[in-house]
Design a binder for this molecule. Structure first.
Ligand code: SAM
Length: 397
């Protein structure tokens, strides 16, 4: 592409970010609703894929929508969502209707092998966790899960607490796996608010139709956090599936972990975030590593963050100037610093493969004018990305 695009590509790169759990909602965050009154008589009977009449409460547009067999008899879903007004269908409701609709035939739902490559075990200090039962290779997708509960991220602000809790209670009751969901981990012991607490402790934040949702994937909910994770999750909006892929080789008996927080923070920042947002004291492999190892990791992550900021700034400056010499100088320096960043990221081992980084570096080098060198980086990047993606293709661990 034209050189000017290099800046945009880098800026859009989600360098230090992956799926994160949203963290506990503040207990008093249920605010009185200021939205129009929904007429609760004005609901139609259930039609497929819905198996229940929507359960609507109070003065909001929010309802619980239930499909007890969206993915076959063993996997239902409840959606807690509201449109802009009470006749508008919310994005997650439309998504379920699309998933179950005529397009469903083209959905090839991947199944996990039997027996799976993992099992749930008690992990000292962390409650339960997921452990590999056989060797899982880097790049292999070894767990596939589907959304069981989908709740609008802003539902707690938009619906008052009494109505909100009532809707969650009813939703969990209607859910065919409601009992299993209620047995998931909880960060508080308030017996009156089990569903709310379970959403706080176990949901992922994902986007559906451009809107933010808290989603429970019941199997993935058993995977603990690690600041140097061995796996990553990928949500697929078109079928509400979430696939867990190995970051690196995982040995039999090893606990499998994902990262709940962003990689850009140093250990103190991560511990604080995990404490405040998720309500637990992290005892992951890095948080409990020897002091010098932790210090080295912190230094690298600080450096990565600083280099990233500098590169962004240089790219921004280099692509917004009309002076060609200045542009070249800025982009050359950006490419040099990005090279250092790539080294530090590789050493810290916090991204699953370096392909995207190498390609980004290639585009930067191209923008700075060195076409030969750029080709080499782009080729390496593509190869690495393809290698990672092909390792587990077709077969699951
Ligand atoms: C999504 S659940 C993970 C599965 C959970 N351990 C269970 O028993 O079902 C999140 C909870 O697991 C625990 N947890 C996860 N990662 C942890 C870690 N690195 N150190 C300590 N506790 C952790 C915390 O209690 C947290 O609230």
């Amino acid at each position: 592409g034209p050189p000017q695009e290099a800046g945009g590509d880098i800026a859009q790169q989600r360098l230090l970010q992956m799926d994160c759990l949203p963290g506990p909602l503040i207990d008093d965050s249920y605010l009185p609703s200021c939205l129009a009154t929904a007429d609760s008589d004005d609901v139609t009977g259930p039609s497929p894929p819905w198996t229940h009449t929507p359960y609507c409460r109070g003065e909001s547009n929010y309802c619980v929508h239930t499909s007890t067999n969206l993915y076959g008899p063993d996997h239902g879903v409840i959606i807690i969502d509201g449109g802009a007004n009470k006749t508008d269908k919310a994005p997650a409701v439309l998504a379920v209707e699309r998933i179950a609709g005529p397009d469903a035939a083209t959905l090839t739902r991947r199944k996990e092998p039997d027996p799976p490559a993992w099992e749930v075990r008690d992990i000292p200090g962390k409650g339960k966790g997921v452990v590999a039962t056989r060797k899982i290779l880097r790049g292999q997708a070894f767990m596939i899960d589907h959304a069981a509960v989908v709740a609008d991220m802003r539902f707690p602000e938009r619906v008052n607490s009494v109505d909100g809790r009532d809707m969650l209670r009813e939703g969990f009751e209607r859910h065919p796996a409601g009992k299993e969901l209620l047995a998931l981990a909880r960060s508080s012991r308030d017996p009156d608010n089990a569903p709310e607490d379970i959403i706080k402790t176990n949901s992922f934040s994902v986007e559906i139709g451009g809107k933010g949702y808290m989603v429970i994937f019941p199997k993935i909910a058993r995977i603990n956090h690690d600041c140097r994770p061995s796996a990553l999750t990928r949500f697929n909006e078109t079928d509400f599936s979430n696939t867990v892929t190995a970051f690196r080789d995982i040995l039999p008996g090893e606990e499998i972990a994902i990262s709940y927080s962003s990689f850009g923070l140093t250990s103190a920042g991560r511990r604080k975030t995990l404490r405040l947002k998720w309500g637990f004291t992290c005892s992951c492999s890095l948080c409990t590593a020897p002091e010098d190892e932790l210090a080295a990791s912190d230094a690298r992550r600080t450096k990565i963050q600083q280099l990233n900021d500098k590169v962004m700034k240089l790219v921004e400056e280099g692509t917004s100037t009309t002076d060609k010499d200045v542009a070249k100088e800025k982009l050359n320096l950006a490419a040099e610093l990005y090279g250092e960043l790539v080294e530090a990221v590789e050493e810290e081992g916090i991204v699953p493969h370096m392909g995207d980084h190498h390609e980004a570096l290639g585009r930067l080098v191209a923008a700075a004018g060195d076409v030969e060198k750029a080709r080499e980086w782009l080729r390496r990047g593509r190869e690495e990305r393809e290698e990672f993606e092909s390792i587990g293709r077709g077969e699951m661990a």
